[in-house]
Unconditional design. Structure first.
Ligand SMILES: Nc1nc2c(ncn2[C@@H]2O[C@H](COP(=O)(O)OP(=O)(O)O)[C@@H](O)[C@H]2O)c(=O)[nH]1
Ligand code: SF4
Lengths: 417, 609
């Protein structure tokens, strides 16, 4: 089922990319390469733009969902042809993020799920498969959860962010905190056994006690969650939150408070049996998000939907990275005009130095750490002497203290060869 | 043929350059089309040869009623730091066009320049420009000119340098109203140097105005002030194309090339005479360039993390590179001085002297741009005079050099007279600002309905940093100022030392009035606490007078260097972010284990009203 000829590239596909690189990426995807076991799908619709958000998402007008799914299925078909030669290539992890995937109408979801299973052999829960859908607590319905569960979804990730109405308001995040528990309940009722929660801390004005209350609320949920992602609020460029900060509407959380909040988070979740397996991710043993681990271990994954990023590993030299064009219309045009090829931009060909830097950067953020052989010995020793890293049995891992300085350590180690 | 030597003086943006271009065109020095073509041609040649010659004097010809005139435009530098240079250029003239924007009216620089011209006994022609603009108010502006400068309102010529309106009348006025050059007073040769530029191929090009006698190619000439001699290899005029001439005679203006290797050999205001038959005395008014503002340049370091975590540290540019860059630059700007300094805390660098603040900024920028060095610049300070107990007079350019208290009688600081032109409604605020800056009120003058001029005497040290910015913000941009150093004045001044992590950092020391020391010390510690990034350890910051600590702050140790988000599958984004953090690192100087960013060195100047 390998594609016969590579269609010519329309110039609109190649923003930020050498035309030659985009072509070579297609050749690499179409040619022989190692297994690709993961897929990311981006659904760009939301019902309101949260102020801190810099994901590619926009307010849904419902009328474009159908065409979006049409194009998505075309892109998935082409991707399946590239995933490893089999008629229905095997996927071990699927992650549908956004945006707000739960905003996609149930009928559209049925089409997506049908298509997915027709084109791919998606591993079921019993076979060790992981299929996550991100949900906004407000948009979860019993019907949707039923359709998802029947379609092989094994895991939901619910964007709670906070249980404090005032802080939700600051974030311009519109949902009723009570709906988080309701959403989790509906997922559990439908048989979706793995549940994760997203939280945000260090919002302007938030106190340590308020953060503690959020954590307790999250841990006391019934049904509960076995995975939690908690992010300190990051002021991304070109977001409303950053504009408000710069205008002086509020002050950034003090560095000491933010660190105290993080320490509380790590300690409290450890108490509750959820270990930090990545700087901002916590899970009961065995409940780690395998899809995200694939990212952080530099495995290969396919990407579909506007702004989705993909990676095709090709061994030591690293892999191809690319990103789909972010604008919905550009992406739809690109897919339609090229027979389902991902309209890629920012294509980065494999390059050993970059691959090493990326391994260090994402790997050090993991509890499991990285192969110490990647590191310059002197630079590594410096970090060990400062108490920020340990090297044991050939693996370099950050210490509890070192996790506070993961960026600094990575910057120094990445640059030191 | 009659000769007219004149300058155009104006407040910035009132249209001096536009008017000069328009006059060139109108005299048919070149036709409109040619003007552009030729101008560009010579620019291209210059660019190819890697030089830019700015013509400081342009000669054109004009006819009025059958009589032919040679008109010499003499350009003047446009900034307050170069008052002396402006005054020399004006000395080369008999007249000046005082250009005032018909929408803006008389501004501080207009007045300052007009006074300079009046002091040189120049004939002034008041010109009101930009009358094509709908918001032009020529009648009011004419009244302002009469009120402030004392030139009759009805004498003003209304022009638009943009449309050409009024230009023929202006040319006629230049020819008929401005006096010709004075007749020679002696048999010797004397020419005034009013500008000089450096050209990589021909060496220094000297602009001069002949007052007495004649210069010829091949003459051996002597610069009377600099006491250097050269053989003239080329003479000429810019028309605006360079045209060689065999000689320059009294009354004329032109350029001279004489195989002069460095601008340091040429002083603006100096007199050129014949080596073998020298004039008995030079033309009056020459002064040595006087540096009023000083600061240190040190090579910046790169490679360390901001928090002091050791990385691949290297000096961004080392001392030798900096020395090369500074030496090279001094070839074509002789008005700044430099000498090696060594500071316990900061290592080797240069203490440099400048004519003023703008001059300092220009030099700093050129060093980085042309010399390719990265520098840490310390806050500018002024020159102080110290009278020691034993009567010895010392001049210090660095607060760190102030002798110990008890060893001297007095410290004197430079005082400037400052003219501030402003809207009447802002007077209260500006007066308050001046009082806070130890200014002494001298006079208030009516300019026109709603506008006034304030005259003060103020220590130069009080205005070298943010005074102008403050003035602009208090007057919503309408205030303008001009200043001139008038002398030195003793006051109760003390040295405030700053200790970072226990180490005194000379470059952060300031000399302040005793009454303000505590407030400034506190403010400075607070500023440094904000500017110096957190390190891996706590850093105490102290301000002290002698051994007495008067203020203290602590910079807490860094607790995190990690971004929570990993951007999912967008690994490139995270990588670029880390790379950017690496590149975006501030320019620093390390003091012991503490990295101090450039901004912190400037914090000493914040007065924080
Ligand atoms: N409308 C109008 N604009 C003018 C006139 N003369 C100059 N300008 C504009 O005023 C600005 C400043 O002129 P410029 O000659 O550079 O001023 P300088 O700083 O005194 O040399 C420029 O944008 C000119 O185009 C004029 O007669 N009419
Ligand atoms: S719901 Fe998620 S993707 Fe949508 S705007 Fe909010 S944060 Fe962004």
């Amino acid at each position: 089922m390998l594609p016969q000829a590579l269609p010519t590239l329309p110039p609109a596909d190649v923003r930020g990319t050498e035309v030659g690189d985009a072509r070579r990426l297609r050749e690499a995807l179409a040619g022989a390469h190692g297994p690709v076991r993961s897929l990311y799908v981006h659904v760009p619709f939301c019902f309101h733009k949260c102020h801190y958000c810099d994901f590619y998402s926009f307010v849904d007008t419902q009328d474009r969902q159908g065409v979006f799914v049409d194009r998505l299925l075309e892109e998935l078909r082409r991707s399946a042809a590239c995933a490893g030669g089999a008629a229905r290539p095997r996927l071990e992890t699927v992650f549908v993020g956004g945006g707000t995937p739960s905003l996609l109408a149930v009928d559209q979801w049925r089409r997506v799920l049908d298509g997915l299973h027709r084109m791919f052999d998606v591993a079921r829960a019993g076979e060790g498969g992981e299929f996550t859908v991100e949900c906004n607590p407000e948009t979860v319905t019993a019907e949707l959860m039923g359709v998802l569960a029947a379609g092989g979804v094994t895991r939901v990730s619910v964007g709670a962010q906070s249980f404090n109405a005032a802080h939700l308001k600051t974030l311009e995040r519109w949902h009723d905190p009570a709906n988080v528990e309701r959403a989790l309940g509906l997922a559990a009722d439908a048989g979706i056994a793995r549940r994760s929660l997203d939280l945000i801390y260090a919002t302007p004005g938030q106190t340590l006690e308020e953060w503690r209350a959020d954590l307790e609320r999250a841990l006391g949920l019934a049904p509960g969650v076995e995975h939690l992602s908690a992010y300190a609020l990051t002021y991304e460029p070109n977001t409303a939150m950053t504009a408000r900060l710069e205008r002086g509407d509020f002050a950034r959380a003090d560095e000491d408070l933010e660190v105290d909040m993080y320490d509380l988070l790590v300690a409290r979740l450890r108490d509750a049996g959820m270990e930090r397996y990545e700087v901002s991710n916590f899970a009961r043993p065995g409940a780690e998000c395998r899809h995200n681990l694939a990212y952080w271990r530099q495995e290969s994954w396919l990407a579909a939907g506007p702004s989705a990023s993909g990676h095709l590993g090709v061994g030591e030299a690293g892999g191809w990275r690319w990103k789909n064009v972010p604008r919905l219309t550009d992406w739809m045009e690109g897919v339609a005009s090229s027979g389902g090829w991902s309209p890629a931009q920012d294509v980065e060909p494999p390059q050993a130095g970059r691959a090493r830097a990326e391994r260090i950067m994402t790997g050090l953020r993991l509890r499991e750490g990285i192969d110490a052989g990647l590191l310059d010995a002197t630079a590594a020793r410096r970090e060990v002497e400062r108490g920020w890293m340990v090297v044991e049995e050939g693996r370099a891992r950050l210490t509890d203290a070192g996790f506070h300085f993961a960026d600094g350590v990575a910057r120094r180690l990445m640059g030191s060869r | 043929m009659q000769i007219r030597n004149f300058s155009i003086i104006a407040h910035i943006d009132h249209g001096k350059s536009t008017l000069a271009d328009r006059l060139l065109q109108a005299t048919n020095a070149v036709s409109e089309r040619e003007a552009q073509a030729q101008f560009l041609d010579s620019m291209d040649i210059e660019r190819e040869r890697g030089i830019t010659i700015k013509a400081s004097a342009v000669t054109v010809f004009h006819q009025i009623g059958g009589e032919k005139f040679m008109l010499n435009f003499i350009d003047t530098p446009g900034h307050v730091d170069f008052t002396y240079e402006v005054s020399r250029a004006l000395t080369a003239c008999e007249g000046a066009l005082l250009v005032v924007d018909a929408t803006q009216g008389v501004q501080a620089q207009t007045v300052a320049n007009a006074y300079l011209a009046v002091n040189q006994n120049l004939e002034l022609i008041p010109v009101i420009n930009k009358i094509d603009l709908p918001s032009a108010r020529p009648d009011e502006v004419a009244m302002e000119i009469e009120q402030v400068i004392g030139l009759p309102a009805e004498d003003c010529i209304l022009v638009s340098a943009k449309t050409g309106q009024g230009i023929p009348e202006l040319l006629e006025r230049i020819c008929t109203r401005l006096p010709g050059p004075r007749t020679s007073t002696m048999d010797f040769t004397r020419g005034l140097i009013f500008d000089a530029v450096y050209d990589d191929y021909r060496g220094v090009i000297v602009y001069l105005r002949m007052f007495d006698g004649t210069l010829k190619v091949g003459d051996k000439v002597r610069m009377m002030g600099a006491q250097r001699s050269f053989v003239v290899t080329e003479l000429g005029k810019y028309t605006p194309k360079p045209v060689k001439a065999q000689s320059l005679s009294e009354g004329e203006t032109g350029y001279l090339v004489a195989n002069i290797k460095t601008l340091a050999d040429v002083r603006i205001g100096d007199t050129v005479t014949q080596e073998y038959t020298p004039a008995p005395e030079p033309l009056p008014g020459y002064q040595e360039p006087k540096q009023m503002v000083f600061c240190d340049f040190y090579p910046a370091i790169e490679g360390d993390d901001e928090d002091g975590s050791p990385g691949q540290r290297k000096a961004a540019s080392d001392f030798e590179e900096l020395r090369d860059a500074i030496t090279k630059l001094s070839l074509n700007d002789a008005s700044f001085t430099f000498q090696t300094v060594h500071s316990e805390a900061l290592g080797f660098g240069f203490r440099c002297g400048f004519l003023g603040l703008l001059h300092m900024d220009i030099i700093q920028e050129r060093l980085e741009r042309e010399g390719g060095v990265k520098i840490i610049q310390t806050a500018p300070t002024v020159t102080y005079q110290v009278k020691m107990h034993d009567g010895e007079e010392r001049e210090i350019h660095n607060p760190a050099d102030l002798p110990d208290p008890g060893t001297f009688d007095e410290i004197r600081e430079p005082i400037v007279k400052i003219d501030i032109m402003l809207p009447e409604r802002c007077i209260g605020d500006v007066m308050k600002l001046c009082q806070e800056r130890r200014a002494e009120f001298k006079a208030q003058q009516f300019i026109s309905e709603g506008r006034q001029m304030l005259k003060y005497e103020i220590p130069l040290a009080e205005i070298i940093y943010d005074f102008y910015d403050k003035l602009k913000s208090l007057t919503s941009g309408y205030g303008t100022m001009d200043y001139d150093v008038t002398g030195f004045h003793a006051d109760d001044l003390v040295k405030l030392d700053i200790l970072v992590n226990g180490t005194p950092v000379e470059a952060l020391s300031i000399i302040v009035h005793r009454d303000k020391a505590t407030v400034r010390g506190r403010l400075l510690c607070q500023k440094l606490r904000e500017q110096i990034p957190r390190h891996q350890f706590e850093i105490p910051i102290q301000a002290a007078i002698g051994s007495k600590v008067i203020a203290r702050e602590t910079i807490k140790s860094v607790r995190k260097d990690v971004t929570a988000k990993c951007y999912g599958g967008d690994v490139s984004r995270k990588r670029k972010l880390l790379e950017k953090q690496k590149e975006g690192k501030k320019r620093m100087k390390s003091v012991g284990q503490v990295n101090i960013p450039q901004e912190a060195f400037m914090a000493v100047l914040e007065q924080g009203e």
